[in-house]
Design a protein. Sequence first.
Length: 528
Amino acid sequence: MIQAWSVDDVRAAEERAMAQLPDGELMQRAATGLAQVVAARLPDDTSTQPLVVALVGGGNNGGDALWALAHLADLVGEPLDLVAVLTSEHRHEEGLRAARRAEVEIVDATRGGSKGGSKARRRSKALDHAVEALAVADVVLDGVLGIGGRPGLPDLVTELLEAIGADAHVIAVDVPSGVDPMGEIVGGAGVFADETVTFGCAKPVHVLGTASRCGMLTVVDIGLDLGRDHASASAARTAPAAERVDHDDVAALWPVPGPEDDKYSRGVVGVVAGGEVYTGAPLLSVTAAVCAGAGMVRYVGPPGPTQLVRAEVPEAVHGTGRVQAWVVGPGLDAHPHSWDQLGLAQVEAARRALDSELPCLVDAGGLDLLDGPRTHAGARTLLTPHAGELARLLARLDPEASGLDRERVVVEPLRWARRAADLLRATVLLKGSTTYVVPPPASGLAVRAQADAPAWAGTAGSGDVLAGLAGTLLAAGLDPVDAGSLAALVHGVAAHDANPGGPVRALEIAQQVPRTVARLLARAAEVG
Ligand SMILES: NC(=O)C1=CN([C@@H]2O[C@H](COP(=O)(O)OP(=O)(O)OC[C@H]3O[C@@H](n4cnc5c(N)ncnc54)[C@H](O)[C@@H]3O)[C@@H](O)[C@H]2O)[C@@H](O)CC1
């Protein structure tokens, strides 16, 4: 599990550590670790002298970058070209002195050129020089903004970033500059790093939807005390703000049956999905549930899709009966015409499932049937909207979200998922290239974010498969946060495994699940 702590918790932990350590020690640890990573990324080709350029901001993040350049000169022991481009009128003076002592070339890009005239003529010589160096640098260190950064960048920095050559390896110091350190706001201007070197622990930016801006993540241990040892939790220890389940967690979380288990103890999942119009969704959800290892799958639906499920998934049983969790809504028409008796009966079946006290996954058309907090199943409800469905749900139920649209959800996914989780007292799994699993804020549980799926997985029916998969995990007794995040991971990996690097159809994702689960379980046995 990758765990990330909030900026406030990191700052508090830094203060606690600094109170025990000599002045500047934490930054030295950070800069030394950073310099070691940079040294390892220098080109093997020794025919030309490697060039490392650091973009240096005015805060401690800039200080890290300056000290790292200073250490690098000692560490590598071979001639290097080191350039620090200052991007702010503020300076980390100690870092600057250290860089000067180490004969790092200092380029002050903030020194303005002549005023007036065209933009090109106004550029200072220093800026031109920085731009030239960036174009040919082997490694570029982004030390403009760290955890003190707000989303967005000054124009000067944007101009410098645009000058970075295509072959440069870009390493962000702690946080890619311009990107929200808390990972709440996705997109916008900012660095796209090949790699991020962070200090003490991961921050939300590294695991939420902003993770794609960070590239590979290295955490340098600088001795922060951040709730690593839950067993001896003291007042000073804090809970993570965000988490990501990884492949090595699957064995610990996946419900593997034991010799005493039977189909009932493994979990019976009931699927109320589809209708006479949408017949594919139930087939996909039921297939996924069977393939995920449900003890039994009961399908509830009108004759058309029932016939199809009978023909394609002989393992499924039909009609209502005892279940341990419900999947309600894939392909469900929540508002059938008054003459559509079969459609109305299916909506009634969905409402009965929603009103039961059992764990419940609510997807697609099922979301349109929700009208307030989940008082019965409460914390054991998992809502699985995509951005458009979440916008529609909130615009309908939350007076403060009237007019909310998909685009706003895409920019601030956590804000709106959290809002729905709070309002409906349910866990919200928001689907997208990053899948967020957001428990009700009152639970105090960390948000999870998964980004395991290839873009090919964004295909019709893929969400129906995810619903069947996650519903099976709910029926096996997992809580909604584990069920949602584990299902998202396995769904994504199965989409990859089904056809690595190429298109995949939803049914193939479902059919791949047994082998993907087996592979992930075997991996744990090998690692363990
Ligand atoms: N506190 C410590 O002991 C340690 C701090 N470390 C480093 O310190 C960093 C945090 O340093 P700071 O708190 O100085 O913050 P930053 O270095 O991230 O920069 C904050 C400064 O940038 C300005 N700023 C923020 N967003 C901006 C934007 N979008 N456009 C223009 N200016 C903007 C702020 O007003 C502030 O002056 C960490 O990310 C890490 O790199 C590490 O050295 C580890 C130890």
